[in-house]
Design a protein around this ligand. Structure first.
Ligand code: ASP
Ligand code: MG
Length: 408
């Protein structure tokens, strides 16, 4: 008998029929003698509907009120799920985040979990209940309802698994695991049996949308055994997120190709090459809480250099505005910018011990005539910025050249 936390996403509970299906799955796990804590998202589309509704009334909705509102999506599904379980003859009880209680900081719409009081949950489990908890929400010190950011139910699931020292946290979604890349772009993409935390973190932050990044960080920190599975398939082992040191299988050098089209690029030409310039350029950007991703500065010549960086597309226009006075002040020659870019990355812990990954990547792109605009690397990934229109081609070519295509 094990204590298992299962999290079901919005599509998995998107209709009464689907809720009942999930309840039957839970019942099968229960019948095997396990203790179950179930975390659910709002029904598919509900959170978006609520956000749109708020915006119709207040252009920039008040964050506290927004959280009061969007948290209702999950409150509906916990009750529906408990009813469906009861209908199958199981003992079930639902809790909102505040009832558990999941204590967070006070940052509305992007709160972080501070602690979880798991006593009530444990008592119900001991009593034979399936405990159903609302994902995505918590409560701050002052008793205000908070939410954890889009996709935050994943983090609720992992945090509960950590607090309860669960045997496993199973994330049920509409895909049957983590893939080598997006199968909609590369039909040859394969499901990975395992992926390490570090790789999953890179994949999540580089654009793979399977898990909320925060949930992966959490699982890594608290060593929660995390598995991604499909709620639409009867059986299947999904993808297990592993710790590198536990990995004794023959590891592929590259595990996946990630990409995103969320960034924009800004280049400042003819910047004086002297101490303090990078700070002068990026200082105001950082002060405005705008995240900068890639940064490239060239070797200077004649006392001048060029400086490029990327920001999220949502912050693009604001960043350009903030730069205007700086550019005038440092007497830079010109600013070039554009948001028609994509970042494509190869990820794999195996690349640490293999030379030539970068050259293989760059050659493959060159052979397709794809120009690389920027490059950045870490120990386990290489990312390039390219013209957005080549995204799919680049992903397909890299998927193939690194041997990820499914054997025919
Ligand atoms: N319902 C929330 C969202 O759509 C949280 C979640 O589904 O994880 O972002
Ligand atoms: Mg999700």
């Amino acid at each position: 008998m094990a204590l298992i936390v299962q999290k079901y996403g919005g599509t998995s509970v998107g209709s009464p029929e689907r809720v009942k299906n999930v309840a039957r799955r839970i019942a099968r796990w229960k019948a095997r003698g396990h203790q179950l804590v179930v975390v659910v998202s709002a029904m598919a589309g509900e959170t978006n509907r609520l956000l749109a509704l708020a915006r119709e009334v207040q252009g920039q909705p008040n964050p506290r009120e927004l959280d009061v509102m969007v948290s209702t999506g999950e409150q509906v599904t916990i009750a529906l799920m408990s009813m469906a379980l009861m209908d199958l003859g199981l003992k079930a009880r639902s809790y909102t985040g505040g009832q558990v209680k999941i204590l967070t900081d006070g940052a509305f719409t992007r709160a972080r979990i501070v602690s979880i009081d798991e006593e009530r949950v444990r008592a119900d489990l001991a009593d034979g209940h399936v405990v159903v908890v609302a994902g995505f929400q918590g409560v701050d010190e002052a008793g205000n309802i908070t939410t954890l950011g889009r996709g935050g139910s994943d983090t609720t699931g992992v945090a509960l698994a950590a607090a309860l020292r669960a045997e496993e946290c199973q994330i049920y979604t509409d895909v049957d695991g983590v893939y080598t890349t997006d199968p909609r772009i590369v039909p040859e993409a394969r499901r990975l049996k395992t992926i390490t935390f570090e790789e999953m973190l890179e994949m999540a932050s580089l654009g793979s949308k399977v898990l909320q990044i925060r949930s992966v960080e959490f699982a890594g920190k608290y060593r929660v055994k995390l598995r991604v599975l499909s709620s639409f398939e009867e059986e299947g082992e999904g993808t297990l997120i592993t710790f590198e040191e536990d990995e004794n299988m023959e590891q592929a050098i590259i595990s996946g190709i990630a990409f995103n089209r969320d960034e924009a690029k800004i280049t400042i030409l003819g910047v004086p090459d002297r101490p303090g310039i990078a700070y002068q350029i990026l200082g105001p950007i950082g002060d405005a809480s705008i995240d900068v991703d890639m940064i490239v500065q060239n070797v200077g010549h004649d006392g001048m250099t060029d400086f490029s960086f990327t920001v999220h597309r949502n912050d693009y226009h604001k960043a350009l505005e903030l730069l205007k006075p700086v550019v005038a002040h440092i007497k830079a020659r010109d600013v070039l910018s554009g948001d028609k870019i994509a970042k494509v990355s190869v990820v794999g812990v195996g690349m640490r011990s293999h030379a030539g990954i970068a050259s293989t990547m760059f050659r493959a792109l060159a052979e397709e005539g794809i120009n690389i605009q920027m490059i950045s690397t870490s120990e386990i990934k290489i990312s390039v910025v390219i013209d957005e229109k080549y995204t799919e081609l680049a992903v397909r070519v890299l998927h193939k050249v690194f041997g990820l295509d499914q054997p025919a």
